[in-house]
Design a protein. Structure first.
Length: 134
């Protein structure tokens, strides 16, 4: 009887361990197929080549939102960033890029310098790398 309980406990612990490893793998960058990576990289390359910085920043923000959704995070992008913060090597930079996007979307006559726009796009690129698609 004691052996049966011991084996049951061992099996329970192993199943739990497998579940934890699977969840961590899905949240960390695993889980993207090569086809998905290619698809997202093509989107990113189109965004980078856009001559309109305003448009590129808006699209990069949308892509980040889609990637975090795909990784299982819910809510708007701000909520997703709060939940997924440990994924990013520079969370403050990602927030700055997202805030710039919000300014562009919600304020009239926002002027973005070329340097500020390129800096935001570099932050998005770093975020995409951290997520595991670049």
């Amino acid at each position: 009887m004691n052996n049966l309980l011991l084996w049951g406990l061992v099996i329970f612990v192993l199943v739990d361990l497998v579940i934890v490893i699977f969840v961590l793998y899905k949240r960390r960058g695993g889980g993207f197929t090569q086809q998905e990576k290619k698809h997202y990289m093509e989107h990113w390359n189109r965004i980078k080549s856009d001559s309109d910085l305003r448009h590129a920043i808006m699209d990069a923000d949308k892509l980040l939102d889609q990637l975090l959704q795909r990784k299982g995070y819910s809510g708007n992008l701000g909520e997703k960033l709060k939940k997924s913060g440990k994924l990013f090597t520079d969370l403050n930079g990602v927030w700055a890029a997202h805030k710039l996007r919000n300014r562009l979307a919600h304020e009239l006559d926002v002027k973005v310098s070329a340097d500020e726009g390129r800096r935001a796009l570099r932050q998005f690129e770093r975020a995409f790398s951290d997520i595991g698609i670049l």
